[in-house]
Design a protein. Structure first.
Length: 300
């Protein structure tokens, strides 16, 4: 058994290690990797014991030696593991004594799992909540929010500036959804693709959001751009790029209200729309009407 156990080899002096303390019943040494923090040591019994649960007497003696070392430190984690599921990799009882310092950023072995579980629980709870801005959804509308599976036709994508959660302005999309519901007379629900996240659940990576929005616009029968331009709270810089990408698809409608706070910032978009024959409207009602005409034509 001892020939197969590296810690037995170290305890017997047959394998090298940087020993920092020795006792009749135990030995302490620095991990070969250098340790998780400066001063990290491993304490093992000289006698081969597989893990913390095999022999309480041996475990108690090793813990006493670990306690002697920890007593010299201002703060420390004293950790041992039992079994593969608990991350044990060397099957000779060993205790890690890891000095801790303010701001060292070192997670405990189980911290990443706890954080992942907490993130999952938060995401599930958020998904079960109503949308943070969109509220109740009309019966003839199937609302699909950011990064959710994209179903088939008939579909309208709601393109335009999205309020930042840090800025206390309402989204324009609830009004658009209600107007779509009022005008939609199809024999099945209208799918509305909305780039706002359900339940305040943000994308883990920026490209996940951008990728979904690109795929959703490509899949839509009509792309409804509503740009109530306000350079203070709804600048819509990304919307400008999206309009440039979609204006020549034959599926885009530009809603550019003349009474918005910064109407001059829509002037170039209006020019491009006229150049490529895309509809331009000044009211949300008229923009919805134009978008639904396109969606019905493509879906029929």
């Amino acid at each position: 058994m001892t020939a197969k156990c590296i810690f037995c080899e170290i305890a017997g002096g047959r394998a090298s290690a940087r020993v920092v303390a020795e006792w009749d019943d135990a030995i302490a040494f620095t991990p070969r990797s250098g340790g998780a923090t400066t001063g990290h040591v491993i304490v093992i019994p000289r006698r081969h014991v597989t893990d913390v649960g095999v022999d309480p007497a041996v475990t108690g003696a090793v813990m006493a030696r670990a306690a002697e070392l920890a007593a010299r430190m201002d703060a420390a984690n004293v950790i041992t593991s039992k079994g593969v599921s608990a991350t044990q990799t060397v099957f000779h009882l060993h205790v890690h004594v890891v000095p801790r310092r303010p701001g060292d950023g070192l997670p405990l072995p189980w911290t990443p799992q706890h954080e992942a579980a907490a993130r999952k629980a938060a995401a599930e709870a958020a998904a079960a909540q109503p949308h943070w801005t969109l509220g109740a959804v009309p019966a003839n509308i199937r609302l699909v929010c950011a990064r959710e599976p994209i179903p088939g036709s008939p579909t309208v994508f709601l393109a335009g500036p999205t309020p930042d959660e840090a800025v206390p302005v309402p989204s324009w999309r609830p009004d658009a959804i209600n107007e779509l519901s009022a005008q939609w007379d199809g024999d099945q629900p209208l799918t509305v693709l909305c780039p706002e996240s359900r339940g305040r659940r943000r994308a883990e990576r920026y490209e996940h959001q951008v990728g979904w929005e690109s795929a959703a616009r490509d899949a839509s029968d009509a792309i409804l751009f509503w740009i109530p331009r306000d350079m203070r709270v709804l600048p819509g810089m990304t919307t400008n790029v999206e309009w440039g990408l979609d204006v020549r698809t034959g599926r885009a409608v530009l809603g550019a209200p003349s009474d918005c706070p910064s109407p001059e910032r829509n002037r170039y978009l209006i020019y491009v729309a006229h150049r490529y024959g895309a509809p331009v409207e000044e009211t949300l009602t008229a923009t919805v009407t134009a978008a639904l005409m396109i969606a019905k034509r493509r879906h029929s």
